[in-house]
Design a protein around this ligand. Structure first.
Ligand SMILES: C[S@@+](CC[C@H](N)C(=O)[O-])C[C@H]1O[C@@H](n2cnc3c(N)ncnc32)[C@H](O)[C@@H]1O
Length: 388
């Protein structure tokens, strides 16, 4: 037990900021974690809130895209609301509140598909990775802003581009930036030029090639404008003539893989899993549009396959992500393969697509003890492993 406790202690670090000192950890906890649960942009925002006399923390506060809950925890005594598209970010926030002895009710967690209601006095935005997601969020915010609502966004300076600032100007109004500190920068905006005739372009839809299926995508969904070339290659190599009872589309995005599997295997129940609320909402809308409400399917917003029963599934299909938020790495793929092995029945199989250089065959071999190549081209390889 001591090794577990000391391993967790190593993964926790202390954020010292004007609001206090807080123990924070990323989620999920990983052995040998080298990254902190906050960045210089979080620190910059918190110091700015403390130094800027005109900003009051007494009013209603909204935080968007808090990565692991650093802002929510530091501001918890002001009872902020935190909206995120990420299940992992929400879980990290819950655990970091608990770690610091703060009651969970101090922070209201909202997911990205929920509506915003009422007016906010202060809006803090950690800039999301996706420009489309920022665009959607700025449109969504408009109904909750007054002229005097303070809007402060933050990110590492390398992630703030001219078109980021233009987006704030176009959708909300006057936008300025701070000097960079520890390579982070703040963006200040006022909602003084809202044109209600302009509306969010999301969700965006395309028709899936060689089918009648309309695929709609909320703003934060992977490859939202067209079918990803890797996914296209994967769809050509779904196993033929099999009798599957239960199939999982793991990391489903807009659910296009599960949707095509549902067409190929009319008797199978399809389970969709993704950690993005917008992905699961898109997958559900696309699936119901294609098959109606009666076709058996389940939709889970979760980390990999957390919460899904063991040894119940015949086939897992997976196009793993190679980053978590801004951190690139194979940690999510590892977890996905291990979870897949757990939920598969004996004799069940996983089909994985990845860029050739990612070396997924080594991981699948380690997790399943076997791995064969189903197909490959210059860029991608499709691999299969069986649970023995
Ligand atoms: C490369 S995309 C594949 C999307 C879709 N299957 C396709 O082929 O178009 C990877 C997906 O994994 C999801 N994802 C990332 N981390 C995850 C996690 N920890 N648990 C579940 N899904 C995750 C992302 O939100 C994204 O939708």
């Amino acid at each position: 037990m001591w090794w577990l406790i000391s391993s967790i202690m190593r993964q926790m670090e202390i954020l010292d900021c004007p609001m206090g000192s807080f123990e924070l950890a990323r989620y999920p906890l990983r052995k040998k974690e080298s990254l902190r649960a906050w960045d210089a942009a979080d620190e910059y925002i918190l110091h700015h809130l403390d130094h800027e006399a005109e900003i009051s923390l007494d009013g209603r506060i909204l935080i968007l895209n808090d990565g692991f809950g650093a802002l929510s925890v530091a501001l918890a005594k002001h009872q902020p609301e935190m909206m995120s598209d990420s299940w992992l970010a929400q879980q990290a926030t819950r655990e970091n509140l608990q770690r610091n002895g703060i009651a969970s009710e101090q922070v209201t967690l909202l997911n990205s598909m929920q509506a915003l209601e009422g007016e906010y006095d202060l809006v803090l935005i950690k800039l999301p990775k996706s420009h489309a997601m920022l665009e959607e969020q700025l449109y969504k915010l408009r109904i909750c802003l007054r002229d005097d609502t303070r809007i402060v966004a933050a990110a590492m300076a390398k992630n703030i581009h001219t078109n980021t600032l233009k987006l704030f100007e176009k959708i909300l109004g006057t936008t300025t930036t701070s000097l960079a500190k520890k390579k982070a920068r703040l963006v200040f905006c006022r909602a003084d030029n809202i044109d209600t005739k302009k509306v969010s372009p999301y969700p965006v839809c395309y028709t899936l090639e060689n089918t009648q299926h309309k695929i709609c995508n909320h703003a934060n969904v992977f490859s939202r404008d067209s079918l990803d070339i890797g996914t296209r290659f994967l769809l050509k190599h779904l196993p033929l003539e099999q009798e599957y009872q239960r199939i999982i589309d793991l990391g489903c995005g807009n659910g296009v893989v599960g949707l095509m599997a549902a067409e190929m295997y009319p008797e199978a129940e399809i389970i969709f899993a993704d950690e993005s609320f917008m992905a699961i909402a898109s997958a559900k809308e696309n699936f119901v549009h294609a098959f109606g409400e009666d076709r058996k399917a389940a939709f889970h917003v979760t980390d990999c396959l957390t919460g899904i029963d063991s040894e119940q599934v015949d086939l897992v299909i997976n196009n793993p992500p190679f980053h978590q938020q801004h951190a690139v790495g194979d940690m999510v793929a590892w977890q996905m393969f291990q979870d897949a092995r757990r939920v598969l029945k004996k004799g069940g199989e996983i089909l994985v697509i990845g860029n050739r250089h990612l070396g997924y065959h080594v991981k699948l071999q380690k997790v399943f003890g076997n791995c064969t190549t189903v197909a490959s081209n210059k860029k991608f390889v499709i691999l299969n492993s069986i649970k023995r």
